[in-house]
Design a protein around this ligand. Structure first.
Ligand code: HEM
Length: 470
């Protein structure tokens, strides 16, 4: 039986022409997606927007069945013309599934080293954060992201991206030929938007790589993923036509890695601080564990952080409790498919509701409570019987996050370092009023806590000395 004769998955009733465009939630969409799953008693939901179905996956099992098990047809991405007009398609995370995407992903796989090789840098950065917070705790949130020279560019370019992917907002998505109309023609919103953001996006794409390349040419660049790429391309392709082609790919990959890692890691680091301020008993327990294992005369190292199960459990619980990407990065289907008797059309957008999977009470009882103990078994080690949230939080299948291990080890050393020397409380704002913390999340594609605590005080004079001497 042809799959298109089967019904689509259930969902809110679409209206003629516009479909469900007016039903689409814009604030914390993951909550509405979850509600639809309950209303229609299905872990797979379909909503229609002009020209496309959006299929929402509400359970881990559905995500595994489709995005992992059938990854040969579930690894595409929706093409957004406005994204291309802004030059955001340099980021291979948004490329269609095919040879161009594969060449980029392979370049990253070849040159992103195993996590332990970055441990030294991660520790150094964690300690620099401790020092900055010791000096000006009020600026804690700023310190989490200020060590990056391209922060402002990332912020503006990211704003452009989130405007570009609003479903149904631009006529050019339905008639791509319109992209060639110049911006002075009335009504060409998309062109104006693209012209406004493209220079920032191109800077994000080019600047990190070009800076390293210039330093490398002067013999001054410390070894990094970018220098590895430059060396590899020079050794293999110098003087051939491929040289510039591969260099362009390397530049895209370095820019994309930068863009994909900065805000995500910052978001998780903020959520951790929030959880500690809201759950002081978790904080106390982790601190006594650190005191027992590390003592008070040195700071933790990456080896300690990975070897203390409770620190790892706090990292896992942070990624679960307040997921960085609550509905992942949508995939798309490159062929028709059938699942549970439903037709999944080719070209559908497939949205894994990561928030719902990580807040499912069957896997994680009392899901809204921050409770890292849930991951610790009788033996005191990580319990393999509790579903590891990092299987969900970093996406699925061939598109799954290539920076997952890097991100986890960054988080572990950061968490151990902060807890070892600071007590974390809400703190007071610039007007001297206590910061009001809530477990509410803000954002869409990328979520953050609304407020981040800034009441970080050294646990003792000895702790303050450790920070200053580091
Ligand atoms: C807490 C930190 C992070 C989280 C929660 C996170 C999460 C994700 C998710 C959910 C996706 C989409 C996966 C899918 O399509 O199913 C993704 C993609 C991606 N991530 Fe991460 N990520 C993090 C950190 C990083 C880091 C540190 C890097 C770089 C080393 C990175 C590089 C990428 C790239 C390049 C993609 C696009 C992959 C593709 O489309 O082929 N991410 N990430």
């Amino acid at each position: 039986r042809r799959s298109s004769r089967l019904p689509l998955p259930p969902g809110p009733k679409p209206r003629p022409i516009v479909g469900n465009i007016f039903d689409m939630p814009t604030v914390r969409p993951w909550e509405k997606y979850h509600e639809w799953c309950k209303t229609f008693d299905s872990d797979i939901i379909c909503v229609q927007i002009p020209m496309r179905s959006i299929v929402i996956l509400g359970s881990y099992q559905a995500a595994v069945d489709l995005l992992d098990q059938k990854s040969q047809i579930y690894s595409d991405r929706i093409r957004f013309v406005v994204v291309e007009m802004m030059s955001w398609d340099f980021n291979f995370g948004s490329l269609r599934y095919g040879p161009r995407w594969r060449a980029h992903r392979q370049m990253l796989r070849q040159h992103l080293r195993p996590p332990h090789e970055y441990a030294g840098i991660q520790m150094k950065e964690a300690r620099a954060f401790l020092r900055a917070v010791l000096e000006t705790p009020r600026d804690t949130r700023k310190h989490l992201s200020e060590d990056r020279s391209h922060v402002a560019t990332i912020k503006i370019a990211g704003e452009g991206l989130s405007k570009a992917v609003i479903p149904g907002a631009y006529l050019v998505e339905f008639f791509p030929i319109l992209r060639h109309i110049p911006s002075w023609v009335p009504g060409t919103t998309a062109r104006k938007l693209a012209n406004e953001y493209a220079p920032h996006v191109r800077k994000l794409r080019d600047a990190p790589f070009l800076e390293v390349k210039a330093a490398y040419n002067q013999g001054k660049a410390p070894a990094s993923m970018a220098t590895d790429m430059i060396e590899h391309i020079r050794n293999k392709f110098a003087g051939t036509p491929q040289e510039s082609e591969y260099e362009q790919i390397a530049m895209n990959v370095v820019g994309a890695t930068y863009a994909a890692s900065a805000d995500t890691t910052t978001s998780a680091s903020e959520s951790f601080l929030l959880a500690m301020a809201l759950y002081p008993e978790v904080q106390k327990k982790a601190q006594s564990e650190l005191d027992r294992i590390i003592g008070s005369d040195r700071l933790p190292t990456p080896a300690d952080a990975e070897n203390i199960p409770l620190i790892r459990a706090i990292a896992m619980e942070t990624l679960r409790w307040m997921p960085v990407t609550p509905f992942g990065v949508p995939h798309a289907t490159s062929a028709d498919d059938v699942y549970k008797g439903y037709h999944i059309p080719k070209g559908s957008s497939i949205v894994p509701n990561i928030w719902a999977m990580l807040h499912n009470a069957d896997d994680y009882p009392e899901p809204d409570t921050f409770r890292p103990d849930r991951f610790i078994g009788q033996s005191g080690e990580i319990d393999p019987n509790v579903r590891d949230p990092t299987l969900i939080a970093f996406g699925f299948g061939r598109r799954g996050c290539p920076g997952k291990q890097f991100a986890i080890s960054t988080l572990c050393i950061y968490i151990a370092s902060v807890l070892h020397v600071f007590d974390i409380a809400a703190g007071v704002d610039d007007d001297g009023k206590p910061v009001r913390l809530t477990p509410e999340m803000d954002g869409a594609m990328l979520a953050n806590p609304l407020e981040v605590p800034c009441g970080l005080t050294p646990r003792s004079e000895a702790a303050a000395r450790l920070i200053r001497d580091a």
